[in-house]
Design a binder for this molecule. Structure first.
Ligand SMILES: Cc1cc2nc3c(=O)[nH]c(=O)nc-3n(C[C@H](O)[C@H](O)[C@H](O)COP(=O)(O)O)c2cc1C
Length: 379
């Protein structure tokens, strides 16, 4: 049974080829920021209150303009379809059944068009701004046509951090399945069969664009090479002008940057250091959340990084987040148990949030957010 994110991680490690598990599990350089994301939750404590009579706190809450069943969502994670066959559709279906949003990464096997056809709930989409603005516009157009309202623009990954596990595994240099790689993959026959059942993997959004090469590995590497490494605030004004819906900047770690986002007319930010995969040595997200939220009071502030427990989510809401995004938790759960695996991780997190709130005497998410200091204390 997949009870916790840690259970899902252990099972994912058993099922996935090492090269893919390490890609999910690893971070930049010494992985200090990645570890701090998780361990810094211990710097905040929940207030236990008794005899409040509260038995079933309500988890329903509004963020990004809509009411959702729970205060968290599945954030963008690249190549879910490599961790389980049809992984993007499976994760999005699990999210839809739970009543929470799913955001599709631009690095995906399933296209936003197919996702919208196969999953009833409207998806969200994550964009990397590409040097080829025409292609970036095409991606936005496809998202719009698929019914996407909220666009997450990831701004912390223009230059990729050095992820040493990937360097050692030769992950970055992969463009095709070499005999050496095939041997390594064959050590996980269950995963191989699952992938073979789903035919040749390719990035559907790049259909018909021969210049990206053939097969998912070549396409991924060609797409990464086209991310605009020199992206600057002026380019964000261009994105703002192109997209009529909500824009959320993902990867904000400084109050001044959050304030800039507000001034540029963005609808929100995600306090994120990309799960410790970019600037090693950066602060944990939870430790900066409150000051960033205070610097951008007119827009929404979401957060991700290291969320593995319901109590982590409770702390973030009390410290000023309107919603939390899961990263690795989704990937581990998908690899470990497909759609049902993601569903059980979502359900268990919800249960943990509900029980924590009951034991804190907190009736609903609105109260937790409005009176955060009553529920969470910093050490
Ligand atoms: C395997 C993997 C792939 C990711 N791919 C993307 C991506 O394509 N776009 C993006 O904006 N963020 C991506 N992220 C970052 C996540 O959205 C998120 O910021 C991070 O995983 C949060 O930390 P956590 O994994 O500790 O929850 C990825 C993260 C992982 C682990």
């Amino acid at each position: 049974m997949l009870l916790t994110v840690a259970d899902a991680r252990a099972e994912a490690q058993r099922r996935l080829p090492k090269i893919f598990f390490d890609y999910i599990d690893g971070g930049a350089a010494s992985e200090a920021t990645m570890r701090a994301n998780e361990s810094d939750f211990a710097r905040y404590r929940l207030e236990q209150r008794v005899l409040t009579g509260i038995t079933a706190p309500a988890l329903k809450t509004k963020f990004l303009g809509k009411t959702h069943a729970m205060p968290f969502m599945l954030g963008p994670v690249g190549f879910l379809g490599l961790y389980a066959g049809n992984g993007e559709i499976k994760a999005a279906s699990a999210a839809a059944k739970a009543g929470i949003p799913f955001c599709l990464s631009s690095f995906s096997i399933a296209s936003i068009t197919r996702l919208a056809k196969q999953v009833a709930a409207p998806p969200m989409f994550q964009l990397y701004v590409l040097k080829d603005r025409g292609l970036a516009l095409d991606m936005m157009g496809a998202a719009r046509a698929a019914g996407v309202e909220t666009l997450f623009v990831t701004v912390d990954c223009a230059i990729t951090g050095i992820r040493e596990r990937d360097v050692r595994n030769g992950f970055r240099a992969l463009t095709r399945v070499t005999p050496g790689l095939a041997l390594k993959l064959a050590r996980r026959p269950g995963w191989c069969l699952d992938m073979l059942r789903h035919g040749k993997l390719r990035v559907e959004a790049l259909e018909g664009r021969k210049e990206f090469g053939r097969g998912v590995l070549a396409q991924a590497s060609a797409l990464s090479a086209r991310i605009d490494a020199g992206l600057a605030w002026k380019d964000l004004a261009w994105v703002r002008a192109q997209w009529p819906g909500k824009i959320v900047l993902k990867g904000i770690m400084h109050p001044e940057d959050a304030n800039w986002a507000q001034q540029l007319g963005m609808d929100g930010v995600v306090v994120s250091n990309h799960g410790g995969r970019q600037l090693d040595g950066a602060s944990s997200t939870i430790s900066r959340l409150a000051e960033i939220a205070a610097a951008a009071p007119e827009i929404e502030v979401l957060v991700d990084g290291g969320f593995r427990r319901g109590a982590d989510i409770v702390k973030a809401l009390a410290l000023g987040a309107s919603g939390v995004m899961l990263g690795r938790a989704t990937a581990y759960a998908l690899a470990a148990g497909g759609e049902a695996g993601v569903g059980s991780i979502i359900a268990n997190l919800a249960k943990e949030i509900e029980i924590a709130m009951a034991l804190m005497g907190c009736p609903d998410i609105a109260t937790l957010r409005a009176e955060g200091a009553r529920f969470v204390t910093a050490l």
